[in-house]
Design a protein around this ligand. Structure first.
Ligand SMILES: *Cc1c(COP(=O)(O)O)cnc(C)c1O
Length: 328
């Protein structure tokens, strides 16, 4: 697919218009990417944004002042900040619950709940939610289920097939795959949702630029092999960690395998001791300390200090932590 590095497109005449007129509203390179990703997720349509956060922000446009969003208690730090510091200023009520415990969701939902938003597995605690069962609960009460599928990608899990209405991605991670481009997707199950998301993508000018679309298109070509190799490497690291007496925590593997083709490339572990964790992270030689994941290098981080530092310590849902040294 060529890069249509053009903001404006010549029209045939004063009264006839062709498909593309202005890149904010549509660009052939972006369309090619969006069509490919819609196919991968089994969506009615997908939309490419300038980052995962821009995609998540657009998703919150599906609700209005007075409505309520219920979100996983364990969630990406940037999403926590968007919900608590941006959405609430627009008159949206936000509740955080341990959604992997479905009884908690039933208790928390009200007639005002319009979106229930999850990551599964969650970042960083790797809590797995039964998406099929959750979608029934959410739909019975007339709300939408939105799933951030960044960690597994459509190659391992397709939330729309499990009952979700909207899937969101930080394509900065596995789609791009080389830590050289930022982008995000919103993938919609229905035409009605697609229309709303497209309206906001155009109205707010958050669509992904042509060159970046091309980089993500190129990343996707090797995504399957990168994920396959990443997963087999992760299994070896997990086996090694499981044999270490300092490692304290395992994940609900059965549920994960009932709704996905694999457990993914990401792994988290707890030592029960913040200083010990810091020493381990600093001593690693192959694993570089970075805030992100999904590139071709092996990386490590402490969520409480990096990716989740924007969540106040006392609200970090069980993330073992020290007061963050800086805020992001
Ligand atoms: C990184 C990430 C985001 C944010 O995406 P950006 O591309 O950094 O804006 C959202 N959700 C999850 C699960 C992430 O890992």
């Amino acid at each position: 697919m060529p890069i249509y590095q053009s903001s404006t497109f010549v029209q045939p005449s004063a009264t006839e218009f062709q498909e593309y007129d202005y890149t904010r509203s549509g660009n052939p390179t972006r369309s090619a990417l969006e069509k490919l990703v819609a196919g991968m997720e089994g969506a009615h349509a997908a939309f490419a944004f300038t980052s995962g956060m821009a995609a998540l922000s657009c998703m919150t446009r599906l609700v209005k002042a007075g409505d309520e969003i219920i979100c996983n208690a364990d969630i990406y730090g940037g999403m926590y900040r968007l919900l608590t510091k941006v959405a609430t200023r627009q008159g949206i009520t936000v509740k955080f619950v341990q959604i992997w415990n479905l009884e908690e969701v039933k208790k928390a939902m009200t007639s005002k709940t319009k979106i229930v938003h999850i990551e599964s597995p969650s970042n960083p605690l790797m809590m797995v939610t039964d998406i099929r069962a959750l979608s029934k609960i959410v739909h019975e009460r007339g709300a939408l289920l939105t799933v951030d599928n960044t960690i597994l990608t459509p190659l391992l899990m397709k939330p729309l097939e499990l009952g979700a209405d909207v899937v969101v991605h930080s394509a900065t991670k596995f789609f791009g795959g080389h830590a050289d481009v930022m982008s995000g997707f919103v993938c919609c199950k229905t035409e009605e949702l697609s229309k709303q998301i497209y309206f906001h993508q155009n109205a707010e000018g958050t669509g992904l630029a042509p060159f970046d679309c091309w980089l993500v298109l190129r990343g996707i070509k090797t995504m399957a092999v990168r994920i396959e190799r990443g997963m087999s490497n992760t299994v070896e690291v997990a086996k090694f960690l499981a044999a270490q007496p300092i490692v304290k925590k395992a994940v609900r593997y059965d549920l994960q395998m009932s709704q996905s083709k694999g457990a993914g490339v990401l792994l988290s572990f707890e030592t029960g001791n913040v200083e010990l964790s810091q020493r381990i992270v600093s001593a690693l030689k192959i694993f570089k300390i970075t805030v992100s994941f999904g590139g071709c290098s092996s990386v490590v981080e402490m969520p409480s200090v990096l990716s989740h530092a924007s969540i106040p310590k006392d609200e970090q849902a069980g993330i073992p932590c020290k007061p963050p040294s800086r805020s992001r």
